[in-house]
Design a binder for this molecule. Structure first.
Ligand code: G6P
Length: 610
């Protein structure tokens, strides 16, 4: 969490930093700050609240200079105060830095420094201690000081540093938290926690690896490894463009991203379905022998990515012969895992930076399992650590609540399922043809739902008084109920819980009364009649029922209070359709309540600490 940006060059520094911070605000948004230097004059401006609040402050107190760094914070050590906001200086104000991550041993360092260095810390943060430690290590050569610093810090960190003794330079260090740098080659250089902050200026970037240090100047970038030895780094070309990181006329990124889902499906399938056959061989160098050698399939993820994994599990268990286990990464990493050479482990992570998912991947790797990342970010830590990658092709997702990447994850996991099933000899040509047709029809069906958003807006407006929602689904619709409830609670702060419909009688039914709407995901499938009984049970308790059902299904007409119909699809494919009205319902519901939709309180898009 937290977003870092840095710039050296001829543009107005505060504008570049503020623009960068805005595009990183999904990483943290409780306070923000910048430090700008002009030769050796240093100006630090910080404010509690969003980047817009910092921007307003800068209008009344403009600062200028030739190089600078900025930060948007998601508080960990120390409350949300102006003093705790970054950047932080050392005690003698020789240097100033911004930090993303957590320093686990900062208390010991602080104690040790207190016996040697005079002065009073201003903040409660671990970061201020890092600034002081670095200052104590600096003897005229920043790379040497940073090399030493790395050896002394425990935890995860990405740092960007300005020093009075080393003007016109920005130093960067990465250990465990992401950092990317880039230059236009025209006298300006950038660093940031994530590509969107740099994208308006260049599509050519360098991803720092753990232990890497960089020096940014007008002349360009220089790199060193953790031992302080100079290294060359590969430049990666990003195929995202700047229009992907603005709202494109939508009031919120979330709404824009929901509306992009037809395109995400098309992009996910392009070149991967050819002649009604799934072909992932360009990305996965697996032989039939490899696949037949894997007996176990583990899928590990967090949050929305976990629900995409649970959805795909239902399809995978039908069409492949693996012993499948799906788990949240924060649990998986501490359980007794039997993964070895006969295990294919799939790590699903939009950002590729989620700390728990990375830890789980490292465990499987150490046990000899084959690791595959399903991620949206090709330069992410996860992508660089695994054996194989399948990219989501969703484009950058800025709204904190994941929507289009969920769609992309399901698409990629379904393609993977079909591919694995075929290589295991369990999928007939005819079956594969039918599934490919189903997949290829999905973008049109999703778009037909998107054209009827008004219905969901109206529906959401009817329930704004509700303070609890129950979401129900069976079989393949259960993970969609989970995702629907997650979307609603994370952006509206209204309590929403999801249950497997058959579990309603084991507890949640006690909550039902006319004030608790029940959202039932019930596309026409082999289990919809069973779910119908649950609808009747909810109605008998006078709970309002909102159903997501299949077009042409008249069975709910006399029971559900509201029905949103989705186009019909083969039953394994209904999640691609049923999730869309739930995303839109959550969006409009939160909008009626006046919530900060793209940046819900307490949440961060990428959870880079445990
Ligand atoms: C955070 C985000 C969620 C996301 C989850 C996993 O909680 O707010 O939207 O689903 O992390 O993130 P990942 O990047 O690993 O998919």
């Amino acid at each position: 969490m937290c977003g870092i940006v840095g710039y050296i060059g001829p543009r107005k520094i505060s504008d570049v930093l503020i623009r960068g911070l805005r595009s990183l605000e999904y990483r943290g948004y409780d306070s923000a700050g910048i430090a700008i230097m002009d030769k050796s004059e240093m100006y630090v401006v910080k404010e509690v609240g969003k980047v817009a609040d910092l921007e307003a402050l800068l209008e009344t107190r403009p600062v200028s200079g030739t190089f600078g760094i900025g930060h948007t914070r998601w508080a960990t050590h120390g409350g949300v105060t102006q003093v705790n906001a970054h950047p932080h200086e050392d005690l003698s104000s020789r240097l100033v830095l911004v930090h993303n991550g957590i320093i686990e041993n900062y208390r010991e360092i602080r104690k040790d420094l207190s016996s040697r260095r005079e002065g009073t810390y201003k903040s409660e943060t671990d970061t201020e201690v890092v600034a002081e430690l670095l200052s104590s290590l600096y003897r005229g050569n920043m790379v040497e000081a940073l090399t030493e610093l790395q050896g002394l810090l425990k935890g995860s960190f990405a740092l960007a540093i300005l020093s009075r003794d080393d003007p016109d330079r920005i130093y960067c260090l990465r250990q465990g938290s992401p950092l990317v740098v880039g230059t236009t080659g025209k006298g300006e250089t950038f660093c940031a926690s994530d590509v969107p902050a740099i994208l308006p200026y260049t599509q050519d970037v360098v991803y720092l690896d753990d232990g890497d240090m960089a020096e940014l100047s007008r002349e360009g970038m220089k790199f060193w490894n953790s031992r302080g030895e100079p290294i060359e780094k590969k430049i990666s070309h990003i195929d995202w463009d700047v229009t992907m990181v603005d709202k494109g006329g939508y009031p919120h990124f979330m709404l824009k991203e929901i509306n992009e889902q037809g395109a995400v499906l098309r992009n996910s399938m392009a070149k991967r379905i050819v002649d009604e056959r799934v072909d992932l061989s360009a990305e996965l160098p697996w032989t039939e022998e490899d696949v037949r050698g894997w007996k176990k399939l583990h899928i590990v993820a967090c949050g929305t990515s976990y629900y995409a994994a649970l959805t795909a599990e239902r399809f995978l268990e039908r069409i492949t012969g693996f012993d499948i286990r799906v788990d949240v990464a924060s649990e998986y990493r501490y359980r007794t895992i039997s993964a070895d050479r006969d295990t294919l482990a799939v790590f699903v992570s939009q950002s590729g930076e989620t700390a728990d998912t990375l830890a789980a991947e490292r465990i499987v790797k150490s046990l000899g399992g084959r690791c595959l990342a399903v991620t949206n970010v090709i330069g992410s830590t996860l992508a660089r650590e695994v054996d194989d990658i399948l990219q989501l092709k969703a484009g950058p997702e800025i709204g904190v609540a994941a929507t289009k990447t969920f769609m992309g994850q399901m698409a990629v996991l379904y393609l993977l399922a079909i591919y694995l099933g075929r290589l295991q000899g369990r999928v007939t040509r005819e079956q594969e043809r039918l599934w490919c047709r189903e997949l290829l029809a999905l973008p049109y069906k999703v778009e037909s739902i998107l054209q009827r958003q008004g219905e969901l807006q109206e529906m959401a407006g009817l329930y704004t008084h509700a303070r609890d929602f129950l979401f129900l689904g069976r079989g393949i619709s259960y993970p969609i109920a989970l995702e629907g409830a997650l979307k609603l609670k994370e952006i509206s702060y209204v309590h929403a819980e999801a249950y497997a419909a058959g579990e309603m009688k084991h507890g949640p039914i006690a909550l039902l009364d006319p004030r608790v709407p029940v959202v039932v995901v019930t596309p026409r499938d082999a289990l919809s009649e069973k779910t119908f009984s649950n609808i009747l049970e909810a109605k008998a308790r006078k709970a309002p029922v909102i159903a997501v059902a299949t077009e042409g299904d008249e069975s709910l007409d006399d029971t559900a209070d509201r029905i949103f119909f989705v186009p019909s699809a083969a039953e394994e494919f209904s999640p691609f359709l049923t999730v869309v009205p739930l995303q839109l319902f959550a969006y409009h519901f939160a909008r009626f309540l006046g919530c900060h939709i793209d940046q819900p309180r307490n949440l961060a898009k990428s959870v880079t600490v445990e």
